[in-house]
Design a protein around this ligand. Structure first.
Ligand code: ZN
Length: 199
């Protein structure tokens, strides 16, 4: 049973923000897909992801970033050429009060001011449980062992294995690029895409 993140009342749906629940109104699917951080006020997306950084939802006739859908639902249309930016610097936040419309140039300037260009990934992420070598070993097991068993063998969750399989995680590690194994801090080769999608 989903509960409203604002009032904690049960909601009469078993909604997912993912595609496939198109009969459930967008507002309800959004409500079922974030949790409120009482300290920051961020509405943190817990539904499906468009990428590692952004939530995804089916809205206005197509799949789109969750924060863009939240803006359109709560604030209105997004004019051509404008992007939805985060004041809170939290890409998973869908709180319209933390969002603002800007040009792509604004977004770049905003990211630079926050030191957000270039990202830390793979083993350089503090919480990484796997090494790049293990990721290659895991890939070699796909199709030979169930994901659940691979997860147990490496001490990670099945969902982590699913993400490696789908390329959501660790996609930068490839067998023919040994330098990808040991990224040191921010990666100068492949900076974060500046924008999650075209307008
Ligand atoms: Zn926020």
């Amino acid at each position: 049973m989903n509960r409203c993140p604002h009032c904690n009342q049960p909601m009469p749906i078993n909604a997912s923000a993912r595609t496939g629940f198109r009969g459930v109104p967008l507002e309800m699917r959004l409500l079922a897909s974030y949790e409120i951080d009482k300290v920051s006020g961020c509405w943190n997306w817990i539904g499906g992801r468009r990428s590692r950084r952004y939530g995804q939802i089916y809205a206005f006739g197509r799949r789109m970033s969750a924060h863009r859908a939240s803006w359109m639902l709560n604030r209105g249309p997004i004019a051509a050429g404008l992007v939805v930016c985060h004041r809170c610097d939290n890409p998973l936040c869908v709180n319209p009060d933390h969002l603002f419309l800007g040009t792509q140039a604004d977004n770049v300037a905003d990211m630079d001011s926050k030191g957000r260009r270039g990202r830390v990934r793979g083993e350089a992420v503090n919480t990484a449980k796997l090494t790049a070598e293990q990721v290659l070993e895991i890939r070699a097991l796909f199709g030979r062992l169930p994901h659940r068993m691979i997860a147990e063998r490496f001490g990670v969750t099945k969902s982590q294995i699913d993400k490696i399989r789908s390329g959501v995680c660790w996609a930068h590690v490839t067998a023919d690029n040994p330098e990808s194994y040991h990224p040191k801090g921010a990666d100068p080769v492949a900076p974060t895409p500046l924008f999650d999608e075209a307008a």
